[in-house]
Design a protein around this ligand. Structure first.
Ligand code: PLP
Length: 417
């Protein structure tokens, strides 16, 4: 008798973790690997936040399931300003990473999940774990991978009597683009009573420094998902947040009960340190981080489009989608996006992820690159001394990025069909 549940028998580890493990294995064998697969922030956690963690290392008690009150207060204040809506500590849940909180929200909600394609790697497997039905909403490169309001309207009309949860993520992983036309998307969502998780984990890394959110148009139906992982380089600290509007308090309450039976609360020292992250002014650190990421994004976009890849210029975060179909003909060896990334990894040690991990048809030769293979601490120090960041800066501060992109260009020119 099969002891593992039917829907979990063939579940794989997260795609990003798998590419990381393979890259590490090849590295151990002595290969040089350009790590454009895993998307973790290269920047150090700001010093004052680390010091706060050290000061609070002795804090040992279990904390409130929703999160430490002082922390929730400052999170509510931060999001009230950024999201242009009034939130209090009662609207906030703090959890061990936004990934876990998004999963628990999916678990609670009745009905189906609506996912734009492409979408971040974990939303779909999370739905599969709990046997939640997914409806993919196709987006196009021509439209910068934005979900068109009409597409949402069509699917909502088709599934009228079902509760619908939509996840939107901007700046986007995998495309690096920032969602346009949020106003009309909000009108359609409101009309069909769609509940939205607005995944804003990269919002502070919008290269323009602006904070754009669906809550500016549809606060009553939007749950904001965010945390410390991307803007302050603290992915391994595991602190994520959800902000619920009063109208969705019934979901927050249920999540709180489930949290009390599962993770209990985020590590106490981390929560005390996070208060600092939400109260001090980190605009210098953020401006420099954005400037560096924008400089790399421009370089990577220009170099790869020059050799014939179809890409959309990243606008925030640290990702870009690369369409190889104009330069590489599908063959026995390269029949889909997975075999394409495996061949490139084996040939030149350049690691990236196949588009199929993000819900893109596997026959489409699209890959996702993350441009974070550099020493963020050193890059921040160097960037402080330059008013304009140029290719010379990249050659010193981000040599792995420059060398990796050169290798990829060389591989493309050699394999050009
Ligand atoms: C789009 C997106 N959402 C959520 C997460 C999860 O972040 P965390 O669980 O560290 O808060 C990630 C991490 O890579 C991400 O890229």
């Amino acid at each position: 008798m099969q002891k593992i549940k039917e829907n979990l028998v063939n579940i794989k580890p997260s795609a990003t973790l798998a590419i990381n493990e393979l890259s590490q294995k090849l590295e151990k064998e002595g290969r040089k690997i350009y790590k454009f697969g895993l998307g973790q922030s290269p920047f150090p956690v700001p010093k004052t936040i680390v010091e706060e963690l050290q000061l609070n290392a002795h804090k040992k008690d279990y904390l409130n399931v929703s999160g430490l009150l002082e922390l929730r207060e400052v999170i509510a204040k931060y999001h009230s300003k950024k999201n242009k809506h009034s939130y209090t500590s009662d609207n906030v849940i703090v959890g061990p990473g936004s990934k876990e909180l998004i999963f628990q929200t999916q678990l609670i909600m009745n009905g189906d999940l609506l996912l734009p394609s492409p979408s971040w790697v974990s939303y779909e497997p999370q739905a599969n774990i709990i046997n939640k039905k997914i409806h993919w909403l196709n987006t196009t490169a021509k439209n910068n991978w934005h979900l068109e309001p009409q597409k949402l309207d069509d699917v909502c009309k088709q599934f009228k009597n079902i509760t619908k949860l939509l996840i939107i993520n901007s700046p986007n992983n995998p495309s690096g683009t920032i969602h346009g036309d949020l106003e009309n998307l909000a009108i359609v969502a409101k009309k069909h009573d769609v509940i939205i998780i607005s995944d804003e984990i990269y919002a502070e890394l919008n290269f323009t420094g602006k904070y754009k959110s669906l809550t500016h148009y549809y606060p009553e139906g939007t749950i904001i998902s965010s945390g410390l992982s991307k803007w302050c380089g603290a992915g391994g600290w595991r602190l994520g947040t959800l902000i619920f509007p009063n109208e969705l308090d019934y979901i927050r309450k249920t999540l709180r009960s489930i949290a009390s039976e599962t993770f209990t609360s985020v590590s106490a020292p981390i929560q005390y340190a996070a208060i600092k992250a939400y109260t001090e002014d980190y605009s210098n650190y953020l401006n420099l981080s954005r400037k560096i990421l924008n400089c790399i994004a421009t370089y990577v976009y220009d170099e790869l489009t020059n050799v014939g890849l179809q890409c959309q210029r990243p606008q925030g975060g640290f990702y870009m989608l690369c369409d190889f179909s104009d330069v590489i003909m599908a063959s026995n060896e390269i029949s889909n996006s997975s075999s394409l990334v495996n061949k490139i990894l084996k040939d030149i040690g350049f690691a990236m992820l196949p588009g199929s991990d993000f819900g893109i048809n596997e026959n489409h030769l699209i890959t996702r690159i993350a441009f974070v293979d550099f020493d963020g601490k050193q890059a921040l120090e160097l960037a402080k001394k330059h008013s304009n960041l140029s290719e010379d800066f990249l050659k010193i501060a981000c040599s792995n990025i420059v060398n990796g992109i050169n290798e990829l260009k060389y591989w493309i020119n050699k394999n050009l069909s």
